[in-house]
Ligand binder design. Structure first.
Ligand code: ASP
Length: 339
């Protein structure tokens, strides 16, 4: 089996291998010819049961840069909307010769189900399942943080983790697969994580997660933060009222202009502001914060392509010499079974 389903079971060496391979992929992106022949003749299917802009386009760009054939399959407009099951869809894709299936699904656990059955013999990559996990988002976030953290330390990124980096993740943790995947991966990489949210937007059992939990964003900033990650308020997953008003939410838990100035007052001159997108400007993040020089929002999007190239490469390529013919990375070592 060779899948990327979650970050919870990703070992430190596997995580570092993906990040290092992504560095090599980023270097390829800076060449005049940005394409590698590595996955020529392989087919990657983007199977999206839920809306996406960044993730789908990013996987498509990544697969194309590795010369794979890409089939985009959106549930809307397909037979899925006529009631075709995940099983039938998977078997159809299998018959079409898919080597990798990148799946986004509203049901938590759908990618695991696909990987655990014999419906399809392809690498399964979780591109976001319900409120559960979004491993490639966490990897691109970690990649972005690692570049920043190693630059501050004056060391090369390659091989490094995030030891001692203070990361705060604030907002709608309850509905966020990004928060979950980040907590697991950041713990593995050695960062100190604090989740900040109103009590109503924290999941049951969060006290057992490997992180600090706070209800107070200002208190968290005052303790010192190197990366401030804001989460989108996920209105589409809310079936009740989780906070009094949007005004109250942004005043207490949004990264607004006042908090942007607070970073300077606190002497946190190197703190970066992150957001996975799509942003609700004016709610969880102000326009000034999103567009400030501290913001890594666009770098995260750019890094996403390198991370997805690395994951596709490691899962699909049989070439253990690395993408540029230099790395010692072994494509088999990224799987769950390998540790
Ligand atoms: N794009 C991310 C996700 O799919 C974050 C979000 O939607 O808020 O989970």
């Amino acid at each position: 089996m060779r899948h990327l389903l979650s970050t919870e079971d990703l070992s430190l060496s596997d995580a570092i291998r993906i990040l290092d391979t992504a560095e090599e992929m980023a270097a390829v992106g800076e060449r005049e010819v940005k394409k590698l022949p590595t996955l020529r003749g392989r087919t990657v299917v983007n199977l999206f049961f839920e809306d996406s802009t960044r993730t789908r386009i990013s996987f498509e760009a990544a697969a194309k840069r590795l010369s794979a054939d890409v089939i985009n399959f959106a549930a809307k407009g397909s037979s899925v909307s006529k009631g075709e099951s995940l099983k039938d869809t998977a078997q159809t894709l299998s018959a079409m010769g898919a080597d990798a299936v990148v799946i986004r699904h509203w049901a938590s656990g759908a990618p695991h189900r696909l990987a655990a059955t014999d419906w399809i013999d392809a690498a399964v990559i979780n591109a976001g399942d319900g409120t559960h996990e979004h491993p490639t988002q966490a990897l691109l976030d970690a990649f972005t943080m690692r570049r920043h953290w190693s630059k501050l330390a004056g060391i090369p990124s390659a091989g490094a983790g995030l030891l001692g980096m203070r990361v705060a993740i604030a907002g709608d943790v309850l509905h966020s697969r990004v928060a979950r995947s980040n907590v697991w991966l950041l713990r593995t990489l050695g960062a100190e994580v604090t989740l900040v949210a109103p009590p109503t937007l924290l999941p049951i059992g969060v006290d057992k997660w490997p992180c600090r939990v706070s209800y107070d964003l200002d208190e968290t900033l005052a303790r010192g933060v190197d990366a401030m990650m804001m989460l989108r308020v996920q209105g589409e997953r809310m079936n009740a009222s989780f906070f009094p008003t949007t005004r109250e939410y942004s005043r207490r838990w949004g990264f607004d202009d006042t908090r942007l100035r607070t970073l300077d007052t606190l002497g946190l001159k190197d703190t970066i502001i992150m957001h996975p997108g799509p942003m609700n400007r004016g709610l969880e993040i102000s326009a000034a914060a999103a567009d400030s020089p501290r913001s890594t929002v666009l770098a995260q999007v750019r890094n996403g392509v390198s991370i997805r190239m690395a994951v596709l490469y490691l899962l699909l390529s049989g070439d253990s010499r690395g993408p540029a013919g230099t790395s010692k990375a072994s494509p088999t070592t990224v799987t769950k079974e390998s540790h």
